[in-house]
Design a protein around this ligand. Structure first.
Ligand code: PRP
Ligand code: URA
Length: 206
């Protein structure tokens, strides 16, 4: 299942983010702002329990979030989305997966993993701005499943149809929330029109 955010405020920000003249400071701000929209849309069904709360006027019924959440950025570009995720979910744990695409084959090369083993029914929220071939995302989901995660959601900013299809084929149980679905991949496996190399634009390493 994949959901594309159709909100004009998201589309406005995606347009600014794509612009080659947008510098890292503004790029990072846009990444964070769009991530907040993605988080709010994707977490509508979080598990809650009813609680009573006393206001200065009377008692009211409210809810508390029950889900235990682990946010999993895929290094390096996924780190750009982490600040926004922790603002929305300040009590979440964070696990990281390091992965670097081999630029000639686009195959993901995992180089680091520090994710807590799944407890109970923890929800893992994987974050990475780009879903190109889908290799990195699928490798991340496979690693998380090995650690016992049964509930995984993927938030991403720009997706190619090839990546969405691959996730749906290999991990149909993982819902994908994306801000924009693009036309496809070029011969270097870059998303077209995309925004270039997300990691370089976030960290100013162009
Ligand atoms: C980018 C991006 C994803 C991956 C997407 O990372 O952040 O992790 O490529 O491509 P895929 O869907 O074809 O796997 P990259 O490997 O460039 O590393 P970086 O985040 O360190 O820049
Ligand atoms: N990784 C990126 O950062 N950009 C792309 O277009 C594809 C993979």
């Amino acid at each position: 299942m994949h959901t594309i955010l159709a909100h004009p405020l998201v589309k406005h920000r995606v347009t600014l983010m794509r612009d080659e003249n947008t510098k890292p400071k503004q790029f990072r701000e846009l990444v964070n702002e769009i991530t907040e929209f993605l988080a709010i849309e994707s977490l509508k069904d979080l598990r809650t329990r009813e609680v009573r709360v006393k206001t200065p006027v009377a008692e009211a019924t409210g809810v508390k979030v029950e889900d235990s959440i682990v946010i999993v950025p895929i290094l390096r570009a996924g780190m750009g989305m982490l600040g926004a995720m922790l603002r929305v979910l300040p009590y979440a744990k964070v696990g990281v997966l390091g992965m670097q695409r081999d630029e000639s084959t686009a195959e993901p090369v995992p180089y680091y993993a520090k994710v807590p083993p799944a407890k109970n029914d923890d929800l893992a929220i994987v974050i990475d701005p780009m879903l190109a071939t889908g290799g990195s995302a699928c490798d991340a989901f496979a690693q998380l499943k090995k650690l016992g995660y049964r509930r995984i959601v993927f938030l991403n900013l720009i997706a190619a149809p090839e990546g969405i299809d691959r996730v749906e084929r290999e991990h149909p149980d993982v819902p994908v929330f994306t801000a924009a679905k693009d036309d496809g991949l070029n011969e270097k496996f870059y998303i077209v029109p995309g925004l270039g190399d997300a990691g370089d634009r976030i960290f100013g390493t162009l």
